[in-house]
Design a protein around this ligand. Structure first.
Ligand code: GLP
Length: 240
C-alpha cells in the first residue's frame, strides 16, 4: 500500500483529484468507482472545478457508486443518489446514463444487486475505485461480520454505523437499517484503489489497518491483498 500523508483535508482532496485527473487523461473512458460520506466531498469539489475549467473531461467516463441505503427513495436528501447528484453529477459532464447507483427503491433488492454486478462486469470492472473508511473499518457498506460477501448484496448496518451516519439524519431512528453494497471482491477487482481518510476520528482505524497482519474484524484490511492501493490521508488521521 502506498501512503501519502497530507498537511490537511484540502491538500488530501487536491492530491486525490490529481490522481483522478491522471486516470481520466490516460484513459478517457475510465470506469470510476465513487464513494459517499463526508470524506470525498473536497475531492468532488475539486473535480467539479477542474471540469468547469475544462481541465478534465468526464463525457466518456462511466461510474458506479459503492452503496445505497435500503429502503430509501432516490429523492430523499439522505439517499446516496441525491448526494451524488448534488455534489458531483450536476457539476461535471458525465452522461447521466453512464453514472450508476444502486436503487434503494427497488422491490427486488437481490435482483438489483445481481444486475449491478453484471453491469460492472460488462464494462470490464472498475479502473479506479475511490474509497472512504468507516471508523469500524467498513468499506462501502461491507461491515465487520463473521461472514463476508464477495459480490453486490443487501446487508444489515451495524449499530455503530447507524449511530455514526445519524449525523446526516434528523434522528437515529430515521437511518435505514439495511443497505445495498458492492462486495469485497467487487472492490478488490478494481484495477486501482484510492483510500481516503481524514480527521482524528479515523486515526484508530487507520492504525489498525496499517498494523501487522490483517485483522479479521476489519473489512478494510482485505485491501492489503490488492497490488495497487494508495492511502491518502491527512496528518490527523495518520497514526505515526
Ligand atoms: C459511509 C459509507 C462509506 C463511507 C463511510 C465513511 O457509511 N457507506 O462508503 O466511506 O461511511 O464516511 P465518512 O466519509 O463520512 O467518514
Amino acid at each position: 500500500m502506498r501512503i501519502t500523508v497530507c498537511e490537511n483535508y484540502d491538500e488530501m482532496s487536491k492530491k486525490a483529484a490529481q490522481l483522478v485527473l491522471a486516470q481520466v487523461t490516460l484513459k478517457p473512458n475510465s470506469v470510476l468507482g465513487f464513494a459517499t460520506g463526508s470524506t470525498p466531498l473536497g475531492l468532488y469539489e475539486n473535480l467539479s472545478e477542474m471540469c468547469s475549467a475544462g481541465q478534465i473531461d468526464f463525457s466518456n467516463t462511466v461510474s458506479f457508486n459503492l452503496d445505497e441505503y435500503y429502503p430509501i427513495k432516490k429523492d430523499d436528501p439522505n439517499s446516496y443518489n441525491a448526494y451524488m447528484q448534488e455534489n458531483l453529477f450536476s457539476k461535471i459532464n458525465i452522461k447521466r446514463e453512464n453514472a450508476h447507483l444502486l436503487n434503494g427503491e427497488t422491490d427486488d433488492p437481490e435482483g438489483e444487486c445481481e444486475n449491478y454486478e453484471r453491469m460492472i462486469g460488462r464494462v470490464g470492472g472498475i479502473d479506479m475505485q475511490i474509497l472512504g473508511i468507516g471508523s469500524n473499518g467498513h468499506i462501502g457498506f461491507n461491515e465487520p461480520d463473521s461472514v463476508m460477501y464477495p459480490y453486490t448484496h443487501i446487508t444489515h448496518l451495524t449499530e455503530s454505523t447507524i449511530k455514526a451516519n445519524s449525523r446526516f439524519f434528523s434522528s437515529v431512528d430515521e437511518v435505514p437499517k439495511k443497505a445495498l453494497t458492492v462486495g469485497i471482491l467487487t472492490i478488490l477487482n478494481s484495477k486501482r484503489i484510492i483510500l481516503m481518510a481524514n480527521g482524528a476520528g479515523k486515526k484508530q482505524v487507520i492504525s489498525e489497518l496499517l498494523g501487522d497482519g490483517m485483522k479479521l474484524n476489519l473489512p478494510a484490511a482485505l485491501l492489503k491483498l490488492h497490488p495497487d492501493v494508495t492511502l491518502i490521508c491527512d496528518k490527523e488521521a495518520y497514526p505515526k
